[in-house]
Design a protein around this ligand. Structure first.
Ligand SMILES: C[S@@+](CC[C@H](N)C(=O)[O-])C[C@H]1O[C@@H](n2cnc3c(N)ncnc32)[C@H](O)[C@@H]1O
Length: 248
């Protein structure tokens, strides 16, 4: 039995796993969820929203997607925790080469199917982001969508150091994530998730506020810009690293 067992009294679920257990359970969860993941993005089935909220959601999705088009992710792009390709597909028309990394082979397979035939040169890597190291200074852009919120607080420093190391001079980061429902920073917290078949998992989730994300990135010597989409449903951010400015 893993040491990260869940305990609790009725109605209260405490998670007493170690950080490694958390990372392992997140991978397990997304592997099991691969076939249902897109339902959330397109608001199907259990993720359906009332009409007004649905309109707001798709407005904000379009705004976040437009932000990526404006950002123009050109050159060599590293997409971390790439998922089923909902964002990978928007690299078409910009990126020369994409390295798409995800710990779930099931998710990577869906990404491969979605992008089959797309004019995009993609190399897929099945790997745990926390253990995998790309060649240093080899990417123009690092992108991660709905991933930073799952990075446990204790792994943030190592994660951002890895992103920085992957970037060439002048390199840029593009981030999309869940919006914070509260103006108060919450830190990373365990969150219970349930699949259609009833299986339950615990993931770490940190709902970054704009101010908190910008302050955190500045403290790590990044220059960020972050904002919420019009209906406050999605967080969009970009960053460049101090010391990695283009020399020309
Ligand atoms: C919330 S989904 C986001 C997927 C995609 N970026 C998107 O926005 O559609 C999180 C993704 O992280 C992947 N993942 C979870 N833990 C990981 C890890 N330690 N290393 C690499 N990928 C991981 C999951 O398999 C899943 O595809």
């Amino acid at each position: 039995m893993r040491s990260g067992c869940r305990i609790g009294r009725p109605g209260v679920r405490l998670y007493r796993g170690t950080m490694d257990d958390t990372v392992a359970e997140q991978i397990e969860y997304y592997r099991a969820r691969a076939g249902e993941y897109d339902d959330w993005w397109v608001r199907r089935g259990p993720y359906a929203l009332p009409p007004e909220l649905e309109r707001q959601w798709f407005h904000d999705v379009a705004q976040a997607e437009a932000a990526l088009q404006d950002f123009a992710p050109t050159g060599r792009v590293l997409e971390l925790a790439c998922g089923t390709g909902l964002w990978t597909r928007h690299l078409v028309g910009h990126a020369e080469h994409v390295t798409a990394v995800d710990a779930s082979p099931e998710v990577i397979e869906r990404n491969r199917e979605r992008l089959a035939g797309a004019p995009l040169n993609i190399e897929y890597v099945v790997a745990d982001v926390f253990g995998w190291r790309p060649d240093p200074a080899s990417y123009d852009v690092v992108m991660f969508t709905y991933w930073l919120s799952h990075v446990p607080d204790g792994r943030l420093a190592g994660f951002w150091a890895g992103v920085r190391s992957a970037l060439k001079a002048g390199g840029r980061v593009f981030i999309v994530d869940s919006a914070s429902l509260s103006p108060q920073p919450s830190g990373g917290r365990p969150e219970q998730r349930q699949l259609a078949d009833g299986r339950q998992f615990t993931v770490m989730k940190r709902y970054w506020t704009v101010d908190e994300l910008e302050a955190d990135l500045r403290s790590r010597s990044w220059t960020p810009t972050a904002y919420m989409t019009d209906n406050h449903m999605i967080l969009v951010a970009t960053a460049t690293a101090t010391g990695l400015e283009r020399g020309d």
